[in-house]
Design a binder for this molecule. Structure first.
Ligand code: SAH
Length: 267
């Protein structure tokens, strides 16, 4: 039997298991295109939020520099060989994809320093427009020549990466919007977007156990065990490394970084 996880809503009321929860979302109201209203509620929420660091981080824009610092350390600890090959000139341009990118905070504070090219995926129009204004073709050229190439205005559940384009797919503070089934199919599509030695990174809040529903932005905070279940049992992937973010404000959820990759099967 696969493990099941018990959920609570944001007032602490019990709301059953992940299995019954996602069943109810799938069986519930749909938008005009037939997608669960779950997704529209998420977009409707973010449509009302300021296109600023404080907006996308719920008033915690000031954690951005310590966030970026640990992202860079985690990248070095997991993709260090690839970064080194690039530095040594034995490897071509490095490419990353920033998923659920908001206004491009993760790209501007971290990814663009490490990768020659970055693509952004973000479904909320005023966020991706702001990202493009800050980082697109009209922005001043960077001394290191790194560029933000593509601004994809689509949600993760609709994103189809170009095959074998990315050394890293970075997914931070947005995957709670995906249902378990869409999580699995999104990661499988990302796998085809990875170069052979590429990695997928997830940085997310961790609930203490089970999951916590956020009724305001229509997302779910999964526990570490729940993430491991999705990576290992549902996807059958390897969790290369994971560790907690340090030095974030105490009152926040714990935050964990994961580096994961598909397990290559012989034949
Ligand atoms: N990763 C960014 C933004 C975090 S805020 C950062 O760390 O700064 C959460 C982001 O998820 C918002 O930009 C929101 O628009 C986006 N989002 C919401 N639903 C989404 C979906 N279905 N697919 C992709 N992104 C989504």
């Amino acid at each position: 039997m696969p493990p099941v996880f018990k959920g609570v809503d944001d007032s602490g009321n019990s709301i059953g298991t992940n299995v019954s929860f996602w069943k109810a979302v799938a069986a519930g109201s749909k938008d005009a295109s037939g997608k669960p209203l779950w997704y529209k509620k998420g977009i409707d929420y973010w449509d009302t939020v300021d296109a600023t660091d404080d907006g996308v981080l719920g008033g915690y824009g000031h954690v951005s520099s310590v966030d970026a610092k640990e992202n860079a350390e985690f990248l070095r600890d997991t993709l260090g060989d690839v970064l080194e090959q690039r530095r040594a000139g034995t490897r071509g341009p490095l490419v990353a994809c920033d998923c659920g990118a908001g206004i491009g905070r993760v790209t501007s504070s971290f990814l663009i320093h490490e990768f020659d090219e970055v693509d952004l995926v973000e479904p909320v129009r005023h966020f991706i427009d702001k990202a493009e204004a800050l980082l697109g073709a009209g922005a001043p050229a960077r001394a290191d020549g790194h560029v933000v190439k593509n601004f994809f205005a689509v949600p993760l559940e609709g994103f189809e990466p170009t095959p074998e384009r990315y050394d890293a797919v970075w997914i931070q503070w947005c995957v709670g919007h995906l249902t378990d089934d869409d999580f699995v199919s999104f990661f499988n599509r990302c796998a085809s977007g990875l170069k052979t030695d590429g990695l997928i990174f997830v940085k997310e809040n961790n609930a203490k156990d089970g999951f916590v529903l956020d009724t305001e932005d229509s997302s779910l905070t999964r526990s570490h065990k729940y993430f491991m279940h999705l990576f290992q049992d549902r996807l059958g992937w390897e969790v290369v490394k994971h560790r907690m973010q340090k030095d974030f404000p105490q009152e926040l959820f714990k935050v964990r970084m994961y580096a994961v990759k598909p397990i290559k099967r012989a034949g």
